[in-house]
Ligand binder design. Structure first.
Ligand code: SF4
Ligand code: SF4
Length: 375
């Protein structure tokens, strides 16, 4: 088998894939059901995958629900993302010595495989790698400082908060994976069509002992992904978003959002591309030992924009405007792409149900020079 080939594995084959990855010395991270959500964590075996569980989402709502079949990947993005393994929420940077030099903490050297990476999250990983890895001072905090082995999943069941199709990141994956699975369940059984992306993927899949993919299964898999694209719960308005944000800096809508927004920062924590951090030095009670830690920060925190004398962005309106403007506009200026991949996490996990697609649509309605007659 070579990159570009397609094969099929059955449900036990998926468990074998996890075993083969372990046999190659890889720590495997994938979806598991825990505490009423499908999160990402270390997999000891394929039996831990959330077989038979799906999710229901809406703005401000996320519930797991039992399915009538044993589908493993029929759920949308959950509260955790791969960001937590590539750019950890809390990380020791080093020990501070008595002469105030900082001794860097060693990084994890465990090679890792990610199992179940969606198109939106694959795009988000590429964005994070560019933001953190290609910076003037690169932050290579990923496990072992190297790319994980990637088993992607083509989405066939988008949720009501997903809008990856309108952001051009999903529901299918086209590049950047070692293996890509499309789950099929019908009268012919439970199986996965597997696209091979790399030589490493071909080597691993060969060890799993796949079957030849039937032409009908390949067609069914492609149709399922195309159908998912047409069943997205939402869409980002098809506009020049950079121009819209530029024209909307003084929009009254920022105050409207602020009247609902709790500035809780949930949206930035769950977002797979938000990358901001702060650094803290802590000492033990004797004062003999100090450590430097990095932790995720959010532009919704008042201290985030603190300069001498106070915070630059004191109001909730200015903080929401900063977040949305960065995601959809100034991110292009800094990094050459959108900062949003359409995963929908910020919509489901916003306690106020604030919906980035709806807020953009309203900004467009209120854009200076736009009258009700236009819309
Ligand atoms: S938009 Fe929602 S999740 Fe984000 S800070 Fe405001 S209330 Fe919290
Ligand atoms: S802004 Fe929202 S929808 Fe876009 S990538 Fe972040 S969490 Fe996902």
């Amino acid at each position: 088998m070579i990159p570009g080939d397609t094969a099929t594995i059955d449900r036990p084959g998926l468990d074998r894939l996890v075993d083969v990855l372990h046999d190659r010395g890889l720590r495997v991270i994938g979806p598991v059901l825990r505490d009423g959500a499908i999160i990402l964590d270390v997999l000891e075996s394929g039996a831990q995958l959330p077989a038979g569980w799906g999710v229901e989402t809406a703005p401000g709502r996320y519930r797991v629900r039992q399915r009538e079949d044993d589908a493993v990947f029929a759920h949308c993005a959950g509260p955790s993302s791969w960001k937590q393994f590539l750019h950890p929420p809390h990380r020791k940077l080093g020990d501070i010595e008595p002469d105030l030099t900082v001794e860097s903490a060693p990084r994890s050297t465990v090679p890792t495989a990610f199992l179940g990476v969606r198109g939106c999250d694959l795009a988000a990983m590429g964005i994070l790698e560019h933001v953190l890895g290609d910076a003037v001072y690169p932050d290579r905090s990923s496990p072992a400082g190297r790319r994980p082995f990637l088993v992607a999943v083509n989405c066939t069941e988008p949720s009501t908060v997903c809008f990856c199709a309108s952001m051009g990141t999903g529901p299918g994956v086209s590049t950047g994976f070692d293996l890509a699975l499309t789950e099929l369940i019908d009268s012919a059984g439970h199986r996965f069509v597997v696209d091979i992306g790399t030589d490493a993927g071909a080597e691993i899949l060969t060890a799993v002992r796949p079957s030849t993919a039937a032409a009908t299964d390949i067609a069914r898999a492609r149709d399922a992904v195309a159908s998912a694209a047409s069943r997205m719960g939402r869409a980002m308005p098809d506009l020049d978003l950079r121009a819209l944000i530029r024209d909307s800096l003084e929009s009254p809508h920022w105050d409207d959002v602020a009247s609902r927004c709790l500035t809780c920062a949930n949206c930035t924590m769950v977002c797979p591309t938000c990358f901001c951090t702060t650094t803290e030095d802590v000492t033990d009670l004797t004062g003999d030992h100090a450590e430097r830690w990095q932790r995720w920060a959010s532009c919704f925190e008042p201290d985030f924009s603190y300069l001498h004398g106070g915070s630059v962005r004191q109001s909730g309106a200015s903080r929401y405007r900063q977040w949305l403007s960065h995601k959809l506009s100034t991110w292009y200026d800094q990094f050459g792409s959108s900062g949003c991949v359409g995963c929908g996490r910020c919509i489901a996990w916003c306690p106020a149900g604030i919906d980035i697609t709806a807020e953009v649509a309203r900004l467009a309605e209120l854009r200076p020079g736009t009258t009700d007659d236009d819309g």
